[in-house]
Design a protein around this ligand. Structure first.
Ligand SMILES: Cc1ncc(COP(=O)(O)O)c(C=O)c1O
Length: 362
């Protein structure tokens, strides 16, 4: 029996490999593998989510009226050019559906977000991966890879899993050196964590362009990963195209309500940022003091390099798992010497450093 046959590009597709959520045996796991919020979610968002329970029989607002208003107010942007997705992952896929035909090329940088090749291949596009430089996006390498088949360029800024960022001047230089039929997607999932003056999440460039899309998420700083809510901003034509391509009722009412409340919870936002700043820097210092290389990060996670073959990343990973600590080990990304560690609670951060000490015999 042959049965239905899918496209060749779907057959070739690998399912997104999420970080582990289980440790070894029956140990209660401490999950530091998915860059989730260390301090949970905004209490106001949780309350709004609970309230939404009374309207489960209603379809959600298909155009996210309140959420667009809240985002437009917060960022001083145009509500009519905001679009939402089931996580920002979804927006990457919707953009590929809208702008890539089979055989078209889309460029992304090595050691960046695993979803790009998946989103590109899911519509028969051709992923073109270019080299980064010392784990940082290299704009010249992207420009050199542009061909007449290129339709999309993805740049995660800051980047996951490396945690590095590039200055706005570099993003502008990239934009000025590509033709305007190419869609430049600035994936700014970790934008809220960046405090460098030379960084810009993408709003400024969107305002003056007709080929730039910025994507953002409520999964990281706002601690709403389970609600799967991402948003994007672009010129009107691109925003309308995204709205036509996405599913009609794609964001549940509960997610919309929680997101609106989260945007208003300034106290939580401040607390989350201050917490992350303190512990990101503490972890960077403590792990570096153990003789491990830590890539400078502007996010809520660090990449740790294990350069001693006798004390490898894979062995460290096994050791940590045996103690219940789940970090992220990347199998097929030429990052075998690394573990990615998400900033956790105070106790988790302290415990993970102690465990690393024990593993290294220090
Ligand atoms: C760079 C980057 N972009 C996008 C996402 C997707 O986030 P979400 O789909 O939860 O909005 C992630 C999640 O880890 C990420 O690291």
């Amino acid at each position: 029996m042959s049965g239905p046959k899918t496209h060749s590009w779907i057959e070739d597709l690998n399912v997104y490999a999420a970080g582990k959520a289980k440790a070894k045996g029956d140990i209660k796991p401490v999950k530091l593998s998915a860059n989730e919020s260390a301090i949970g979610s905004s209490p106001m968002a949780v309350e709004a989510y609970k309230q939404a329970v009374t309207k489960l029989h209603r379809y959600p607002d298909p155009v996210y009226t309140e959420l667009r208003i809240a985002l437009a107010e917060k960022y001083g942007i145009e509500g009519g050019r905001i679009f939402c997705g089931v996580g920002s992952d979804d927006l990457l896929k919707v953009a590929c559906r809208a702008y890539l035909s089979p055989g078209d090329e889309a460029i992304y940088v090595d050691h960046s977000f695993l979803m790009y090749p998946i989103a590109i291949k899911s519509v028969g596009g051709v992923p073109v991966m270019v080299d980064d430089e010392d784990y940082t996006t290299n704009v010249d390498n992207i420009i050199s890879a542009v061909t007449d088949k290129t339709r999309i360029i993805f740049v995660a800024n800051p980047n996951n899993p490396t945690g590095t960022y590039i200055a706005n001047s570099e993003i502008e230089r990239l934009w000025k050196n590509i033709p305007d039929h190419i869609l430049l997607i600035l994936d700014s999932a970790y934008a809220e964590f960046v405090s460098h003056d030379d960084y810009e999440a993408g709003i400024e460039l969107v305002e003056k362009s007709n080929n730039v899309m910025m994507t953002r998420t409520f999964s990281k700083l706002y601690g709403l990963a389970s609600l799967r809510l991402g948003w994007g901003y672009a010129c009107k034509e691109i925003a309308d195209t995204m709205d036509k391509t996405r599913d009609p009722f794609n964001v549940p009412s509960s997610s919309q309500a929680a997101a609106v409340a989260a945007l208003k919870d300034v106290e939580f936002e401040k607390r989350a940022l201050a917490f992350n700043e303190k512990w990101l820097s503490w972890l960077t210092d403590e792990v570096s003091a153990l003789g491990l290389r830590v890539i400078a990060s502007t996010t809520n996670f660090i990449m740790i390099k294990f350069e001693d073959e006798q004390k490898s990343a894979i062995d460290a990973n096994e050791f940590l798992l045996s103690r219940g600590y789940i970090l992220r080990y990347f199998k097929n990304m030429d990052l075998d010497d690394f573990l990615r560690l998400t900033v956790g609670t105070k106790d988790e951060n302290k415990a993970v450093v102690e465990l690393l000490k024990e593993f290294l015999g220090k």
